[in-house]
Structure formats: C-alpha cells, structure tokens
Design a protein around this ligand. Structure first.
Ligand code: ZN
Length: 314
C-alpha cells in the first residue's frame, strides 16, 4: 500500500445491493466492478454468501467473485454469515472473507439468528478450516464488529461489550477487525474513544478499518476522526447505495465519490481517478433506475480549476 495513503474498500455491490429491493443483473454487477477497478479502486466487497432464498440479490455470488478475481490487482472481499458461507466463499476464490458479529445480541439474534457464543464458535471453525489451506490459497479473515456504536433494537451498546467481543474474535482466530457503525449512530468523539480503547486491548495492528454510515450526516466527520486515530482503510458505497434498512428514506453507507473527493482534496492518496469514478454512477443508475443515489460531489461537480492531490493547500 506504499503508493497510497488510504485504502478505500467499495462495498456497494454487497452492502448496497443487499438492501435494495431490485435485483441487479449479473452482467451489470460485473460492469460496475470492472469500471470501479479501472478507476483505481483496489478492494471491492463484491458479494455475500447467504442462501439465495434469503437474499436473491446475492444468488450470483460465486460467479461475481470468480469474475472479480480475473481483474489484475483487485482484492476481492466476500461477506460470510456463517461456516457454510465461508466454505462457499473460499471455494469461489475470495481474497478476503468478512464475518459480521453484531455487538448487540438482540440484533445478532434478529439478523444472523445466532447468539454471540454461536457466532464465535463459527469463527473458530472457519479459522480451523483456513488453517488447513496452503498459505497462498488462504484468504484473509476479518471480523466485523457491527452495531458497535448503538443498535436500533437495544439502543446504546456499552464499549466494554464491544471490547470483550473484539478480544473473543481475535482469540477465535480472525486476522483483523473492522469497526462498523451499521445504524449510523456514531459521532467523532465516540469513534475516537472506541478506536483507542480497542487498539489498546487487541493491538493497533488488529484494527485498521472502519465501516461508517451517513444516516445522520456524520459519515465524513467520522472518517476524519478515524483517520486522525491512524485508521487507513475506509469502507464506502458508490452513490451511498443501500439506504438504511431501519430508517426509510435515509442515506446509508458513506458515499465513495464524496469520500474520494475529500481525501483527494486533503492531499491523501487513494489511487482513484475521481473523474473516472464519477462516471461509474451511470452504470448503476442504468441498472437500478428506481434507486436513490446520494452524494454531493456528483451533483455539484468539482471546484473550478480543481487539480487532484491537495487542493488549496500551501
Ligand atoms: Zn453498511
């Protein structure tokens, strides 16, 4: 990652598409992934290995992973809800698998139909499976601490609970952790505090990614807070696609286009060509004409005379 400062992990094809009603055709998904990779995006979460009857939007997960794997230099991430999903994602050839653990146990029961103990047991079994693979065929394994900043069912989630679960995930064998504001409850002060506590507990090298939502408009403010704590991987979704399942009409993931504009203007290298990225929206809009696409930069355009790589600095 030496030629970039911040890794942007595009999650639209998974997080975005799994929360929209329409099913994006497989060919449109491939075109979207191709175009983002061509714009310089280096990591894309392309699919979720859930049973198609639960999430028909992800029925083509194996085909999408196989396609994305043909793109040189792209890290292909897949979400797995359980052991079976992990087996399928590994078979499909994902470079990294991510398993979400809901810090709110009520949310975990509602979402994955599992208690914390059951999820941790799955993580342990997946780690054992990964250990049997040759090193060059073994995907990375990330545990995502979702609803870490609050839950629509339980409300506040105690920091001590998040830290306890983070420790258990690491003990059960994940390579790294990601902090996830699934509900868009986080604020910058809370985020900084939790990052510090977590890193002190599990080691700074175990936590370098955040997954933030813009449900209440604090997405980019939270990104800056995370960067100031040394976070180097940020998830986002093209057009903020996906909304928030708990707040109809509210925007969802932070918008990749706005995130890239901000980082680029701040002089932080992402490796992404903003002009090319802005054009990728057309593919998604054509395939999902009824979905809301968010983002300020795509509407406003770039500032007059904009040059990438630190705007108005020095
Ligand atoms: Zn999300």
């Amino acid at each position: 990652m030496s030629d970039i400062d911040i890794l942007i992990s595009e999650v639209g094809p998974r997080d975005g598409l799994q929360s929209v009603k329409a099913i994006m055709p497989t060919e449109a998904k491939k075109a979207w992934i191709n175009a983002e990779a061509a714009a310089g995006v280096r990591e894309i979460e392309v699919a979720s290995f859930v049973p198609p009857k639960l999430l028909p939007q992800m029925a083509d997960a194996a085909e999408i992973v196989a396609h994305a794997k043909t793109i040189p230099g792209l890290d292909v991430v897949a979400l797995v809800p359980n052991f079976k999903g992990a087996e399928n994602a590994i078979r499909a050839g994902a470079d990294k698998i991510g398993l979400p653990l809901s810090c709110s146990e009520t949310h975990s029961q509602a979402n994955l139909k599992k208690t914390h103990d059951q999820v941790i047991e799955d993580v342990r079994k997946i780690s054992e499976l990964l250990a049997t693979l040759p090193a060059d065929q073994r995907p990375g394994f990330e545990g995502s601490l979702s609803t870490a900043f609050g839950c629509t069912l339980e409300g506040e989630v105690p920091e001590s609970q998040v830290i306890d679960l983070a420790v258990r995930l690491v003990e059960a064998g994940v390579d790294e952790l990601s902090l996830s504001d699934t509900t868009g409850y986080a604020n910058p002060t809370q985020l900084r505090h939790l990052i510090r506590l977590l890193r002190a507990e599990v080691g700074a090298d175990k936590l370098d990614g955040v997954h933030l939502h813009n449900t209440r408009g604090l997405g980019l403010a939270n990104v800056v807070a995370a960067l100031e704590e040394g976070i180097t991987t940020v998830d986002s979704s093209l057009g903020g696609l996906g909304g928030c399942p708990f707040a109809p009409g509210a925007s969802g993931n932070i918008v990749t286009e706005d995130l890239v504009f901000m980082l680029d203007a701040m002089g932080l290298r992402t490796g992404i060509d903003l002009d090319k990225l802005l054009k990728v929206r057309e593919i998604v809009i054509a395939a999902l004409p009824d979905e809301d696409m968010y983002g300020f930069t795509p509407d406003a355009g770039l500032p007059k005379g904009y040059t990438a790589g630190g705007w108005g600095i020095g």
